[in-house]
Design a protein around this ligand. Structure first.
Ligand code: SME
Length: 158
């Protein structure tokens, strides 16, 4: 089903207002819940945090219980963490080392969250709809992560 375009500028204003504490835990939970509510056709949204070197630990999320921990060497999340680049996957079945937490997931978008030059975590979105994430969705969701980063005190875990 074709979805109407998403007004990411409006979502950015709403998210900015929602993130009214500097606390990373509160803001991470709010970011996940806000995006899960506002963006159609998602089955999982959440954060993985680098709480020890080169390992991603499950953080606040919406959706089914998920895989934990994820080493930097594995999966789409690991690729985002290693490269510091957003990973946009049209069909996870085509990615050999994709980690399947939910068999229904088909498209995935993973955005690195940086604290200065260091990787603090990743923001991960899954969809049951292949090709769910367009370049415009990537840019829009990266802008929401940038608002999260500006509005949040990111503690150094490791
Ligand atoms: N599919 C991810 C694992 C995390 S879940 O999607 C919540 C990956 O391959 O890294």
């Amino acid at each position: 089903m074709t979805q109407p375009p998403i007004d990411y500028a409006l979502l950015g204003k709403q998210l900015h207002a929602l993130l009214d504490t500097r606390d990373w835990l509160t803001n991470s939970a709010q970011l996940s819940a806000f995006v899960f509510e506002q963006i159609p056709e998602l089955n999982w949204v959440g954060l993985y945090l680098q709480r020890e070197a080169e390992v991603l630990s499950l953080g606040p999320f919406q959706g089914k219980p998920a895989c934990h921990p994820i080493p930097f060497s594995k999966g789409v999340c690991g690729a985002a963490a290693r490269s510091g680049q957003t990973q946009r996957v049209d069909d996870v079945h085509a990615v050999a080392d994709h980690i399947a937490c939910d068999a229904n997931s088909r498209a995935e978008l993973v955005i690195p969250i940086m604290s200065g030059d260091a990787l603090w975590g990743v923001f991960d979105l899954d969809s049951p709809q292949p090709t769910r994430f367009s370049a415009a969705d990537q840019a829009g969701l990266e802008s929401l992560v940038a608002i999260f980063t500006q509005r949040t005190e990111l503690p150094r875990f490791c």
